[in-house]
Design a protein around this ligand. Structure first.
Ligand code: C2G
Length: 158
């Protein structure tokens, strides 16, 4: 059985994540995902996820390509994980190109960097939703102003 491992936060799960997981699974028969814990995100990756670790884990475990989800608690655990889980191939997006080559030199595991899905990201989703919320509030404010003016004009005409 060929075992593959990858790592990430996988917040606001989207089709870029699914593309990565689907392709990663093609490198073996068993896919392990090291899922960044909330503490690791906050303290070392400098990001907070919308969904908690437990919710993100639940989502990943529902994906047919994923066989096991383990916590990613620090940057250093990968070399131990690949040995502990007898991993053949480490896979991650090419935004990390070169960062994990040491796993091959130190443990012989194959290291594969896959092309990211360019047009989607959790950061962009969050930014778009924030903009949408601002636009909606601005429209509500403008409508409210219009109603106030109409009411004022009603009194003046009367
Ligand atoms: N990804 C992708 N295409 C996107 C967005 C993400 O292929 N449009 C990939 C990333 O390259 C990564 C995985 O999906 O391999 C998870 O993405 P993130 O949750 O952003 O993970 P990241 O913050 O890169 O954490 O120790 C490694 C880190 O935990 C990786």
């Amino acid at each position: 059985m060929k075992r593959v491992i990858t790592y990430g936060t996988f917040d606001l799960l989207h089709y870029g994540h699914i593309n990565l997981l689907q392709t990663a699974k093609q490198y073996g028969d068993y896919l392990i995902v090291g899922l960044s814990t909330d503490e690791f995100n906050l303290l070392q990756k400098n990001k907070t996820s919308y969904f908690s670790y437990e919710k993100r884990k639940q989502l990943l475990e529902a994906i047919r390509y994923v066989d096991l989800v383990i916590p990613e608690e620090n940057w250093e655990q990968k070399i131990n994980d690949v040995k502990k889980y007898n991993v053949d191939t480490f896979v991650i997006g090419d935004d990390w190109t070169g960062k994990f080559d040491y796993l091959n030199t130190e443990s012989g595991v194959e290291v594969v960097y896959l092309p990211r899905t360019p047009e989607v990201s959790t950061t962009q989703i969050k930014a778009d939703l924030t903009m949408l919320k601002k636009n909606i509030w601005a429209k509500i404010f403008r409508m409210d102003e219009k109603i106030k003016w109409k009411n004022k004009l009603k009194f003046v005409v009367l």
